[in-house]
Design a protein around this ligand. Structure first.
Ligand SMILES: Nc1ncnc2c1ncn2[C@@H]1O[C@H](COP(=O)(O)OP(=O)(O)OP(=O)(O)O)[C@@H](O)[C@H]1O
Length: 306
C-alpha cells in the first residue's frame, strides 16, 4: 500500500477516463459528465462519526448527504472505513448503500443530477473538494461492480489498461510483472496464465469478477469498494470471492455492499446498517449481528423486513 500523495491535476486536464468510470461505461454503454462543482459543503451541522475504536481511519465520512434532483437519498451519513478491516454496508433495497459507496470515490459525479454534500476524508484529504483529481482518486479508491464488467479486450489488456494510463510501468517487462502480480493477488493467475491473449469476456462469471478485482488491484489502490460483487455469481464463485476478500484484507481497506447478511457476517469486521437513507447503526460486525443497539437493526437482521 502506498501513502504517497498523487499529484493534483484538475479533472479536465486528464485525457482518459479512470478505470472505474471506464468499467462503468463498459457496463452501461455511456458515461455522463462529471460535476465536481456540485460538491458544495452541506448546511447541516456535522455530527461526529460513530466511534468504534481503533486507529485513525483510512476514510472518514461526515454528514454526507446525496440528492438526486430534489430527492434526498442519503441523510447525513457519518462513518469510517479502516485500513485493516472489511466494512459491510447492509440494509433493505433502496436504503442508499450503493449511493453511499459511490460517494467514496466520487462515482456519483457520473450521475446527472446527483449532488453530494458533507466531507469525506481519505488520509485526511477531503476528496469532495472541487480541485480533487477524480481520476487519481479512483485509482486510489478502486471499485468492483455488481455485474462483472471486463472490457471487451484481452485478459492481459484488462489488467494492463490502468497501469498504462496511470504511467505505473516503465516498459513491457514491468507492465507484465504488474499484470501477473495483480492476477495472482486476485487468485486468477493459475487459471489464465496460458490464455492472457483471450478475451476477458470469455471467462466464467466468477473469473470475470476476479479479473475485475485484478484490474482494480493493478493501479495499486489503497481502498477497494465492492458493490454486491457476488450477486451475479453461483455459490462456488461466491465462495472464491469471499476467500479473496479475506486474503486482500490487510493489504487494502475494503468496503462492500451486500444484500446477503450471512456474507456480511462472514467477510466483514465492521457493519453499517442503512434504512431509508439513514445510517441506523455502525459497529463491530459481531455486535451488529448478535447485540444490535437499535430495534430497526434487530428487525432487519431477524428478517422482519427487507
Ligand atoms: N441515478 C439515480 N437517480 C435517481 N434516484 C436514484 C438513482 N440511484 C439511486 N436512486 C435512488 O436513491 C435511493 C437509494 O438507492 P441506492 O441504489 O443507493 O440503494 P441501495 O440500498 O443500494 O439499493 P439496492 O440494494 O436495491 O441496490 C433509492 O430511492 C433510489 O431509487
Amino acid at each position: 500500500m502506498t501513502d504517497e500523495k498523487q499529484p493534483i491535476l484538475t479533472n479536465s486536464t486528464v485525457p482518459f477516463p479512470s478505470v472505474a468510470v471506464a468499467a462503468e461505461a463498459a457496463r452501461d454503454g455511456a458515461v455522463t459528465g462529471t460535476e465536481p462543482d456540485a460538491l458544495a459543503s452541506g448546511d447541516a451541522p456535522a455530527r461526529q462519526p460513530d466511534q468504534v475504536g481503533g486507529p485513525e481511519p483510512k476514510m472518514r465520512a461526515t454528514d454526507v448527504r446525496v440528492f438526486y434532483g430534489q430527492k434526498e437519498a442519503l441523510k447525513g451519513v457519518s462513518i469510517e472505513v479502516h485500513d485493516d478491516k472489511v466494512t459491510a454496508f447492509i440494509g433493505p433495497s433502496g436504503c442508499g448503500k450503493s449511493t453511499f459507496l459511490r460517494c467514496l470515490n466520487r462515482m456519483n459525479d457520473t450521475i446527472a443530477g446527483a449532488r453530494v454534500t458533507g466531507t469525506i476524508l481519505l488520509d485526511g484529504e477531503d476528496i469532495t473538494a472541487p480541485e480533487m483529481d477524480v481520476v487519481q482518486l479512483r485509482a486510489r479508491v478502486g471499485m468492483v461492480f455488481q455485474k462483472p464488467n471486463p472490457f471487451p479486450k484481452s485478459i492481459f489488456e484488462n489488467v494492463a489498461y490502468g497501469p498504462r494510463i496511470h504511467g505505473l510501468a516503465q516498459g513491457k517487462d514491468e507492465l507484465e510483472a504488474i499484470v501477473e502480480k495483480s492476477l495472482r493477488r486476485a487468485g486468477l493467475w493459475e487459471e489464465v496464465k496460458d490464455r492472457l491473449a483471450e478475451s476477458g469476456t470469455a471467462l466464467s462469471g466468477g473469473q470475470q469478477q476476479r479479473l475485475c478485482i485484478a484490474r482494480a488491484i493493478a493501479v495499486d489502490p489503497e481502498v477497494i469498494l465492492m458493490d454486491e460483487p457476488c450477486s451475479a455469481l453461483d455459490p462456488i464463485a461466491t465462495a472464491k470471492i469471499e476467500e479473496l476478500i479475506h486474503e486482500l484484507r490487510g493489504r487494502y481497506a475494503i468496503a462492500i455492499v451486500t444484500h446477503n447478511m450471512q456474507q456480511a457476517a462472514r467477510v466483514s469486521q465492521r457493519t453499517a446498517f442503512f434504512h431509508l437513507g439513514e445510517l441506523i447503526e455502525y459497529g463491530k460486525t459481531s455486535d451488529i449481528f448478535t447485540n444490535p443497539r437499535e430495534q430497526r437493526t434487530q428487525d432487519y437482521i431477524t428478517g422482519r423486513y427487507g
